[in-house]
Design a protein around this ligand. Structure first.
Ligand code: FES
Ligand SMILES: [Fe+2]
Length: 383
């Protein structure tokens, strides 16, 4: 988002603060408890939302240089993404053509010598185009195989506005602009291609991926669940909601926003007084705050278990070890709040939903983000 847009957003937020209100949905929404517990629905979600639907992978800066790769295996199809020499990207099904091992040595890093992947199982190697280029003991052990047909299977990967998306199902393609639905207006200009990737924290949670996502879409709970942490910095229950295709964006005022009243607009530093939750359907939140941003990607494991990757992106690489440690401590603190406060509460919500008590979950007019995620789920899954 460019400065003019950020300034406009501040004006909207100042008005919401003055009136002590938030963007409201048209009506209260009811969700059947079974949407969180039904095993058959869960199986459909895994296919229709995670295998056959374009997935946000990360900002471009997860693979800044030629030969950099990023791998993940949470959509049902193991995926390997690599930056080519010409600056473009390739994505592959991360399954070795020999006996099926994944080719990555860690979750992200540099391909061997910047130009090849070597399978950790028996050493078959592939170039950055996925061509099979080496088979140890191949002459005798694999006489007669057609190497040209044994390259890695390609996936549709697209990069635009500093973001990378991939389609896990090799038989499908997608259009990145259609997926973003205009959300790029809000995300362009934050420099997603030039930040520094500090790392990711992987947290397993014993509840549905949807309960996990629900925690990110409203500010209603701040003063009750986070009185000593987030509520000391940001307003509860005040946010400017905007819809972009299946996605949404919510601007939220820091308590300090009132300092801007009476200050000439050209002196405003909008990002010091507001933050932005950007939701990309179905499972990603990009949280833009102060001088940096974070991503949260949530994946289903079972109807009762999910995993979240919380990643931190800094405006620049830390200058020294001290600065790195400060950022690491901050990253840990944010992650701890989510785990200790949000997730430990959601553990109990999960127990209630699993209790078999027949009831509806209510989503208020002041929770338009939660409503949107479930509305989109209903549309895509035909519920
Ligand atoms: S599985 Fe990759 S070389 Fe054997
Ligand atoms: Fe929270």
């Amino acid at each position: 988002m460019q400065r003019a847009q950020l300034v406009e957003e501040i004006k909207v937020l100042l008005d919401l603060v003055e009136r002590n209100t938030t963007t409201l949905a048209d009506s209260v929404m009811e969700i059947d408890v079974s949407e969180y517990t039904d095993a058959a629905l869960f199986e459909r979600e895994k296919i229709e939302l995670f295998r056959d639907y374009p997935q946000f992978v990360g900002p471009s800066c997860i693979v800044p240089a030629a030969g950099d790769y990023f791998a993940f295996d949470d959509t049902g199809i193991p995926i390997l993404i690599v930056r080519r020499d010409d600056g473009g990207l390739n994505a592959f099904v991360n399954i070795c053509s020999h006996r099926g091992a994944p080719l990555n040595e860690s979750t992200h890093g540099q391909a061997r010598k910047g130009r090849m992947f070597s399978c950790p199982y028996h050493g078959w190697s592939y170039d950055l185009e996925g061509q099979l280029i080496g088979v140890p003991f191949g002459k005798e052990g694999f006489e007669g195989i057609d190497r040209s047909a044994l390259g890695l299977r390609k996936l549709d990967v697209q990069e635009k506005y500093g973001m990378i998306f991939v389609m896990p199902n090799p038989a499908r393609t997608f259009d990145i602009d259609e997926v973003l639905g205009g959300l790029q207006e809000r995300l362009e200009g934050f420099g997603f291609d030039s930040h520094y990737y500090l790392g990711a924290k992987k947290v397993f949670t014993d509840f549905s991926w949807k309960l996990n996502m629900d925690t990110f879409h409203e500010y209603y709970h701040f003063e009750f669940l986070h009185p000593e942490s987030i509520a000391q910095m940001a307003y509860s229950n005040i946010a400017n909601y905007r819809q972009y295709g299946r996605n949404h964006s919510m601007g939220s005022p820091a308590l300090s926003i009132n300092e801007l009243r009476g200050l000439p607009e050209d002196q405003w530093q909008p990002r010091e007084h507001s933050s932005y939750v950007n939701y990309i359907f179905p499972n990603t939140v990009i949280f833009v705050v102060a001088d940096h941003f974070q991503t949260w990607r949530v994946y289903p494991i079972t109807p009762q278990r999910s995993v979240v990757y919380h990643s931190m992106f800094l405006p620049h690489e830390p200058h020294d070890e001290n600065e790195r440690q400060e950022y690491e401590a901050y990253f840990q603190m944010i992650n701890d709040v989510a785990v200790a406060e949000d997730y430990s509460l959601v553990d109990k919500v999960h127990r209630g939903l699993q209790s078999g008590i027949d009831r509806k979950v209510l989503i208020g007019r002041n929770e338009p983000g939660v409503q949107n995620m479930h509305r989109q789920l209903h549309e895509v899954l035909g519920l």
